[in-house]
Design a protein around this ligand. Structure first.
Ligand SMILES: [Zn+2]
Length: 373
């Protein structure tokens, strides 16, 4: 049996752990009700106990190759610490990686080439989607997580690109409107002020305030009012709701056009809850991309637009697993069947939805530990 590693998702609410073989088979997945608020010592005790339990269960499968911890926050990769995170007050300067290594050594789990890494959750999610998800089979990938804001991560040559000190991949804070909406980062007009769940809510409030969006106003009085309700209205043809997603797609396309021009990656994967509104924003996003990026226009897949309509049956919250995988493998088949010299010119820029959901970070963290070993 192949060796395995452990991926950990250290989020704000719970702690998830997965054992994954080096060839990408999921052996085990557990969720702990760890109270992060009780402090780093307790959290890391419980994490290491769980890593030990899971690893002991699968010892017969192969050797333990290490553990990767994906953390929601700004990480100092070299020091192995959490520099800043709203979810982990009091963790600053706590030696997270060193303490995990110490505990795993104490139970004789960490030996030989096994390693412990900590990284940002967006980075490990990018690696997960590149390894086993929507961008499987290509080496150069960016992930954009569309949630309350826009998270990001970049994989170059099959490895996480951290930049100088781990701050690479901040797609959400690229300016798309010079004098636009103020952002928490101090800038104005950041992409995430126009293409995120909070942006959808802001645009809905503005539409309601204009008294020209009766359906939105009616929905806003309901308890369940959120981005999903606005998406449903848009798909039912409500014009003000449709406009919100067109604006969303336009700014997202603008930001992606810049990324495609600069990075020329194989794939850009859209993840996060709001990526499920693909049907509502993708047409304007692709239109904007083609207009604003010559690199994209020269590498646009033949089915970039038709793939949108073929995904109409994909519902909010359900990743379009087969469609996205099918599209990527079709493009790869096209690429591998072409002559070697022509192939590099024939490669297409894939922009697609994520496949692995919240598991991307678990798989990516497990992968990162093996790559570091
Ligand atoms: Zn910003």
């Amino acid at each position: 049996m192949p060796d395995f590693s452990i991926g950990v998702d250290l989020g704000g609410t719970n702690l998830r752990i997965a054992a994954v073989t080096v060839d990408g088979q999921l052996l085990d997945k557990v969720t702990l009700n760890t109270k992060v608020a009780l402090g780093p010592d307790r959290t890391i005790d419980e994490m290491c106990d769980a890593i030990q339990r899971v690893s002991t269960t699968h010892k017969a499968s192969g050797s333990f190759r290490g553990a990767g911890i994906g953390v929601l926050g700004i990480i100092d990769i070299q020091a192995g610490t959490v520099r800043k995170s709203a979810n982990f007050p009091g963790w600053e300067d706590y030696p997270v990686r060193a303490e995990i290594e110490r505990r795993l050594r104490a139970c004789a789990l960490l030996e030989n080439d096994a390693s412990v890494i900590i990284d940002n959750d967006g980075n490990v999610a990018a690696l997960g989607e590149q390894w086993l998800g929507a961008a499987r089979g290509v080496d150069n990938v960016a992930i954009l997580t569309l949630g309350t804001g826009i998270g990001g991560g970049i994989v170059f040559g099959g490895k996480i690109w951290h930049g100088m000190n781990g701050m690479a991949g901040e797609f959400g804070h690229v300016t798309v409107e010079p004098d636009g909406v103020p952002c928490g980062c101090g800038n104005r007009g950041c992409a995430e002020r126009y293409a995120s769940a909070s942006a959808i809510m802001r645009m809905a409030r503005e539409a309601i305030a204009s008294s020209e969006a009766p359906a939105l106003a009616k929905a806003a009085s309901g308890a369940e009012f959120g981005a999903l309700a606005i998406y449903n209205l848009a798909m039912q043809g409500d014009e003000p709701s449709r406009r919100i997603f067109h604006t969303f797609g336009r700014y997202l396309g603008m930001m992606l056009a810049g990324a495609v021009n600069v990075l020329n990656l194989d794939a850009y994967v859209l993840a996060g809850g709001v990526s499920s509104a693909w049907d509502a924003f993708a047409p304007t996003m692709f239109e904007e991309l083609r207009q604003r990026s010559l690199v994209y226009a020269l590498t646009v897949p033949a089915d970039a637009l038709s793939s949108n309509s073929s995904e109409k049956d994909a519902m909010w919250g359900q990743p379009p697993l087969r469609q996205a995988q099918g599209r990527l493998s079709a493009v790869q088949a096209e690429q591998s069947s072409a002559g070697a010299a022509a192939a590099s010119m024939e490669r297409k820029t894939i922009i697609t939805r994520a496949l692995l959901g919240s598991d991307a970070g678990l798989f990516g963290a497990a992968r990162a530990a093996v790559l570091a070993g």
